[in-house]
Design a protein around this ligand. Structure first.
Ligand code: SGN
Ligand code: CA
Length: 535
């Protein structure tokens, strides 16, 4: 008996010593202790511009590491395709109509309980760097340095937890990466698991790349999307009246980087009343060295444009604007990709790789000329779907692909479950952990979507809808009452609304019932629609 007890104690001591050693080395295998979480999110990063999804536009070798070493989701989507509302859904695990952040306009209601607050209360060290866009400071963070509002690309201001408002010289994407790595290096408490939110401003409009990418990207020519010259004939009023067209609604100075004086010389009117102001706001922030590097590359582009403009047809202009747009947008992504690589390298070098969940996503998708558009907002694929890559060593099998309809609504519950914390009952997502482990059955078969910001910039009408693997049914309301149905299997580019096609009568009846059920399930209603209209 005594011998048995002694043996048992000896065994405990050995096991205890072993796990202690492992902890010190930071190499304990995942899931045996609470994992760290790095949530990497870019702003408006279309999945079409990540080579793990498609390399027809750009190579993103660093972001692809997460896909190669983890899981790539091909059907991840948002509940409301716009910046601050998406962030509110991510943090609260609740649809917009319940967390109250329906659009970019009103500040976030900080009485909402967010997953970082819960992690923090449960012993996680928490930090946030980059773009939040809430109009107020994040709660539940030990450290934060966030951009005010949309932030700036050059020499940005930051609102900080401890130093008030500061300005940091340099390029925003690089600065956000450096703040993130500095925090890991200098402030991380090795005794605690951490949640680190690494939130890029790029590649948000007005798409200003880092000087080191000016030359390379402005020389490239990109393949045009099939639907660049879409005339919206197959869709309803909303697609026809949206103001997101590259030719008609993009700013010449602010977006295409034509100097205001060149616009004057050529007699090009401003597209919007903030067209030239947007250029001055962004390019005007550069210091003399940055500005000289800019002029060296963008000066000749302007000269060339001056020469060609008088002979350009509308079609030529559209094609030219698409190339200009892609050069700058993708140039911004190059620095994001580099930053992601630096953070991943830091994890590798410091024994943090094994026990850290790394997520790469965007606050929504984005149009890269599809349907002739830029921006987002619509339930149509390019803005509704968002990139999602997850690496969790020991849980995700390297190089796997998941096709299920996961949403940004699911992050909060996923992270809480990973930390072994029971999520509040009123969160509305699903933990993705079974999917990350490779289980494929038994996940949701339809998602609910609701967009509100109208009337407003880009004029995308209010709409809600249901999306299943096979179909998308949408109701546009407020100043119209129109329905659209897309056959997702037959019409990949979403060019034809088949709502009134007799062949789809049964589908419409069924989906309307399912949509009504989803509205009940998620506690959305006509009363709430009206309340948000009256607000
Ligand atoms: C700004 C942009 C819009 C963009 C919104 C929202 N115009 O208003 O193009 O849709 O932000 O973007 S700009 O000329 O000021 O850049 S979001 O990412 O914050 O939702
Ligand atoms: Ca955004």
């Amino acid at each position: 008996m005594n011998l048995k007890v002694n043996f048992f104690f000896a065994l405990c001591i050995i096991i205890g010593f072993y796990s202690c050693q492992q902890k010190k080395e930071g190499s304990s295998s995942s899931a045996s202790e609470r994992p760290n979480i790095i949530f990497m999110m870019a702003d408006d990063h279309a999945y079409q511009a990540i080579s793990a999804y498609s390399n027809h536009l750009i190579e993103t070798p660093q972001i692809d590491r997460i896909a190669n070493e983890g899981m790539r989701f091909t059907n991840a989507c948002v509940t409301n395709s716009i910046c601050a509302p998406s962030r509110a859904v991510i943090l609260t695990g609740k649809h917009s109509h319940l967390n109250g952040k329906i659009d970019n306009r009103f500040p976030f209601d900080t009485t909402n309980i967010t997953f970082p607050q819960i992690l923090h209360n449960n012993g996680y060290q928490t930090a946030m760097f980059g773009k939040l866009h809430f109009g107020n400071n994040p709660k539940g963070f030990d450290q934060f340095k966030i951009l005010p509002g949309q932030g700036s690309y050059y020499n940005p201001d930051f609102i900080t937890k401890n130093e008030g408002k500061i300005r940091i010289d340099g390029y925003t994407t690089d600065i956000i990466t450096e703040l993130t790595i500095d925090w890991l290096e200098e402030e991380r408490d090795p005794e605690k698991p951490f949640l680190l939110m690494y939130l890029h401003k790029a590649p948000h409009r007005e798409w200003l790349p880092a000087p080191r990418y000016f030359k390379d990207f402005t020389k490239r020519t990109f393949v045009e999307p099939e639907t660049l010259f879409d005339d919206y004939k197959g869709r309803g009023t909303a697609a026809k009246t949206a103001e997101m067209n590259l030719l008609k609604h993009m700013n010449w100075a602010g977006d295409s980087k034509i100097y205001p004086e060149v616009m004057d010389e050529l007699g090009i009117p401003e597209t919007a009343n903030w067209d030239k102001k947007a250029f001055e706001r962004e390019v005007g922030r550069m210091n003399p060295t940055q500005r000289a590097a800019w002029d060296e590359v963008y000066g000749p582009i302007n000269e060339e444009f001056k020469k060609n403009y008088p002979n350009m047809t509308e079609k030529d202009k559209m094609k030219w604007r698409y190339q200009r747009y892609m050069q700058d947008y993708l140039g911004c992504i190059a620095a994001v990709d580099e930053g992601v690589g630096r953070v991943l390298d830091y994890l590798d070098r410091n024994g943090l790789r094994e026990n850290t969940i790394v997520v790469y996503t965007s606050d929504q998708g984005f149009y890269l000329g599809e349907h002739g558009w830029f921006d987002k907002r619509f339930i149509y694929n390019e803005s509704f779907k968002t990139p999602l890559l997850v690496r969790w060593p020991g849980i995700t099998t390297p190089g796997t692909v998941n096709t299920q309809m996961v949403q940004n609504l699911d992050f909060a519950q996923t992270f809480l479950a990973a930390a072994g914390i029971q999520a509040p009952a009123d969160m509305q997502g699903e933990s993705l952990i079974p999917l990350l482990k490779g289980n494929t059955g038994n996940f949701r078969d339809a998602v609910y979507y609701h967009y509100y910001e109208y009337p407003a910039v880009h004029m995308v009408k209010r709409h809600y809808g249901i999306v299943t693997e096979d179909y998308k049914l949408v109701h546009f309301y407020y100043d119209v009452d129109e329905w659209e149905l897309y056959d997702r299997k037959k019409d990949l580019l979403e060019m034809k609304n088949v709502y009134s096609d007799p062949a789809y009568v049964g589908v419409v009846v069924d989906l309307k019932k399912r949509l009504a059920d989803l509205r009940i399930k998620y506690k959305d209603s006509e009363e709430l629609d009206q309340m948000y209209i009256d607000k």
